[in-house]
Design a protein around this ligand. Structure first.
Ligand code: SF4
Ligand code: SF4
Length: 299
């Protein structure tokens, strides 16, 4: 099991991803491959080179230092990914923000020390630390060590998960140290789930059923409202039925933002085929009506 996760970003002073002021750690690597992922840089477990067309000033420095001959201005994406070994030489000489390596390793103690720097903000706001991704539960040994340090310092812990984890390992190493779990229930139908995320949802649904029976940890199931994909009558009705059957009575519905998918291009990938619109006000109203009186909507 990989005990050396890479981290995409540490967002400090966040007012999202849980109560109060939080530090959010985005782990790199995810077992799913959702077409609507807003964090594509957190899907792959390895270090990646990101090129930003808009930030490049065409100085040519990167091409001069690249020993692999991987910089090719004839390519729209600038980098020949078949040649690049992510050595990072080009990033060091880039005078602007045209290039950046995504993914850094932190020793557990070093990461804990960074997160504990904001302890007074957490204490005064009822906040804490949120572990996100990617899929942070891919690294149970690392998380267990990190969470033990944070809990010894009385830090409130939230995690964001796709639910795609080995239950017994999760229960033993991660669950005892967690106060709040945001748990994604994206698509109820198994075939559609495979098509949209690359994996079956059986493990996710089974894990959720087991988790709601555990004592002491608050769980908030979450569903992103992607027009015509997840935000359909059939899918949301099936999710409501599943939640009620599993014994859950709450949900957080996440609004969809059709912007912000440029990172796919920066990483040399195709932009996914997604609706290019926000959810309409009347659609949103209808959705909240569906949930009203059956499953409580939470922030
Ligand atoms: S990361 Fe290294 S191999 Fe890749 S383009 Fe930059 S200098 Fe070349
Ligand atoms: S070094 Fe940076 S700014 Fe210069 S050409 Fe390369 S990516 Fe663009």
């Amino acid at each position: 099991m990989n005990n050396h996760p890479l981290i995409v970003d540490i967002k400090r002073h966040s007012l999202e991803d849980g109560p109060g002021i939080r530090s959010v750690v985005f782990f790199k690597g995810c077992p799913l491959n959702c077409i609507f992922c807003h964090n594509p840089e957190a899907q792959d477990t390895g270090v990646e080179l990101a090129f930003s067309e808009i930030d490049c000033i065409r100085c040519g420095m990167c091409r001069e230092v690249c020993s692999q001959g991987a910089i090719d201005y004839m390519l729209y994406e600038h980098i020949n990914r078949n040649k690049c070994d992510a050595c990072g030489m080009c990033v060091k000489v880039c005078p602007g923000k045209g290039l950046r390596l995504v993914g850094s390793y932190y020793q557990v103690e070093a990461l804990a020390e960074i997160l504990l720097r904001d302890r007074s903000f957490y204490n005064h706001s009822g906040g804490g630390v949120t572990l996100s991704g990617g899929e942070c539960t891919m690294y149970p040994d690392y998380l267990e060590s990190l969470l033990k340090i944070l809990k010894a310092n009385n830090i409130h812990i939230a995690i964001e998960t796709s639910g795609y984890f080995e239950y017994d390992t999760f229960r033993q190493k991660i669950l005892p140290h967690v106060d709040l779990i945001y748990y994604d229930i994206k698509i109820a139908d198994t075939e559609a789930h495979v098509r949209i995320t690359g994996k079956s949802n059986q493990k996710i649904l089974d894990n959720f059923r087991r988790l709601v029976k555990e004592e002491g940890t608050k769980i908030i199931p979450r569903t992103p409202l992607i027009p015509d994909i997840t935000a359909t009558y059939n899918n949301l009705s099936a999710i409501i039925m599943f939640l009620k059957d599993a014994g859950a009575d709450n949900i957080s519905l996440l609004p969809y933002n059709p912007m912000g998918f440029d990172m796919y291009l920066n990483l040399g990938r195709q932009k996914p085929p997604l609706p290019e619109r926000f959810i309409r006000a009347e659609e949103e109203k209808e959705i909240y009506e569906m949930f009203k009186g059956r499953v409580k909507s939470e922030e």
